[in-house]
Write a protein that binds this ligand. Structure first.
Ligand code: SF4
Ligand code: SF4
Length: 455
């Protein structure tokens, strides 16, 4: 049994103690020979739709050369080359977010990392509009999610009084936020202060777990030089890094869909660090740190890699696999799905690769114990969603709102019958999304027919 538990959050005993595998180890840098080629997906990372190409095979590129643009919420957003070199081909490869094969640019890396300035540098003297423009032109996206453009959280949003910097990192195994917050505290404070200015907020709450003593020690003195910035220590429970729970915990406010409804913007700690770094130069980020760990690997470490390098190359660098029946996760064990192969590229939003032994556990009959519902932080009834999915009862599924699932995996984690309840919820969520799209299209056609008939 877990040490502590309460509705919607729990201390993950055992699995959470995996952070020591990398937290205090030297951060490695992937040697050049493991990143001779990098790969940039030519699709929107959220929707999977093709980007509008601005470059072609044969083009010479630098770090920051515009390869294409994608549209998010009606705004054009840049996709840049993460290395300098030459585009040598278009290849089909697995996309770790979409979990299907998509077209990628294959770029030969010349290792010069020549940079193009993609935006004018900004500082705390810059206006809110100038900082938001820089976030946009830098192509800054959230870390650890689906690559949502950061500037969209700020543009046209009014009434924000608090920015929450999420350094909670509650997924087991992951320690990149921990490392970056200790080693890059100056950029964290600068980025957080720029976010405060961009949003016109009066305060920034930099949040991390209270057991991260070294983070506290690294930040506690320096923060006094940054007006409006505060450190907030939160409990070591999962999923404290989920933004709704974090906002509720640190501001005592709730919201329905977006934190802005509670006058809050939430950004990951490493997003703030990247903004701090890039704001000084106008150059994009071409490399990032990943926690590469798990029992299936010869060596566990945090590794700085060029964006776009292959997962297989990073694993080769760490000595390869030590088990035959492993599962490779792009992320931590609670929220991520297993990759079909390791020939996929690191995306700007990736934060970890975890290799675990494939667990074959005999699934028992559902006991109707209600543990999955008791622990769901989104207040869903996972077991009821599972039953509705098995009966293909779409109306019941819609009523149970699987679309509110945050994919935290707690329902599967607590199930005494070892049922992968989360998988059923995911499938139900997809079915409901498809049904909603179908019903919206039918409604549109109906309205069009009615309007036509009224002419
Ligand atoms: S994965 Fe979804 S359904 Fe399961 S506990 Fe988390 S939010 Fe609830
Ligand atoms: S936790 Fe497992 S056994 Fe208990 S109700 Fe949920 S699905 Fe059934």
């Amino acid at each position: 049994m877990p040490l502590f538990k309460s509705a919607g959050k729990m201390h993950l005993r055992g699995i959470n103690d995996t952070k020591h595998l990398t937290s205090e180890k030297e951060v490695l840098t992937l040697p050049d020979q493991y990143a001779k080629k990098v790969y940039v997906p030519l699709v929107d990372p959220g929707k999977g739709t093709p980007i509008t190409l601005k470059a072609k095979v044969g083009d010479e590129v630098k770090v920051g050369t515009l390869l294409g643009t994608r549209m998010t919420l009606g705004k054009e957003f840049p996709v840049y080359s993460p290395v300098s070199g030459k585009i040598v081909g278009e290849v089909m490869m697995l996309h770790s977010g979409l979990m299907r094969s998509v077209k990628h640019f294959e770029i030969e890396n010349d290792f010069k990392y020549e940079n193009i300035k993609v935006t004018e540098p900004v500082s705390l003297e810059s206006s809110s509009e100038e900082i938001i423009k820089a976030m946009h032109e830098l192509g800054l996206v959230g870390f650890g999610g689906a690559g949502f453009p950061t500037f969209l959280k700020y543009q046209g949003v009014e009434g924000i009084d608090t920015v929450v910097i999420n350094g909670v990192e509650c997924e087991p195994f992951l320690t990149t936020d921990y490392n970056a917050m200790i080693k890059e505290s100056q950029d964290l404070f600068l980025g957080a202060s720029l976010m405060k200015k961009a949003s016109n907020a009066s305060r920034v709450l930099i949040c991390f777990k209270k057991n991260k003593v070294k983070v506290y020690q690294a930040l506690k003195d320096e923060i006094k030089n940054y007006p409006g910035l505060e450190l907030v220590l939160v409990s070591d429970v999962y999923p404290m890094g989920w933004e709704k729970l974090l906002v509720q915990t640190v501001t005592k406010r709730t919201y329905e869909k977006l934190p802005s409804e509670a006058h809050v913007i939430v950004n990951n700690a490493q997003t703030a660090i990247e903004l701090g770094k890039s704001s000084k130069t106008g150059f994009i980020t071409s490399k990032k740190m990943l926690t590469v760990s798990g029992e299936g690997l010869k060596e566990n470490a945090n590794v700085i890699v060029p964006i776009g390098c292959k997962v297989s190359q990073i694993i080769d660098y760490l000595g390869g696999y030590v088990i035959d029946d492993g599962v490779v996760l792009m992320g931590g064990p609670m929220c991520s799905r297993g990759l079909m192969n390791d020939e996929c590229a690191v995306l700007p939003c990736n934060d970890a690769i975890t290799v675990l032994r494939r667990l074959v556990r005999r699934t028992q009959t559902c006991l109707r114990c209600g543990a999955c519902s008791d622990h769901c932080p989104a207040n869903l009834q996972p077991v009821e969603i599972k039953i509705a999915f098995e009966h293909k009862d779409i109306d019941r599924m819609m009523a149970l709102k699987p679309t509110s699932c945050i994919g935290c995996g707690l329902c599967s984690y607590v199930c005494p019958s070892h049922i992968e309840v989360n998988d059923f919820v995911k499938k139900a969520k997809n079915m409901v999304n498809m049904e909603n799209a179908k019903r919206a299209a039918m409604e549109k056609n109906k309205q069009a027919a009615l309007n036509g008939g009224n002419k």
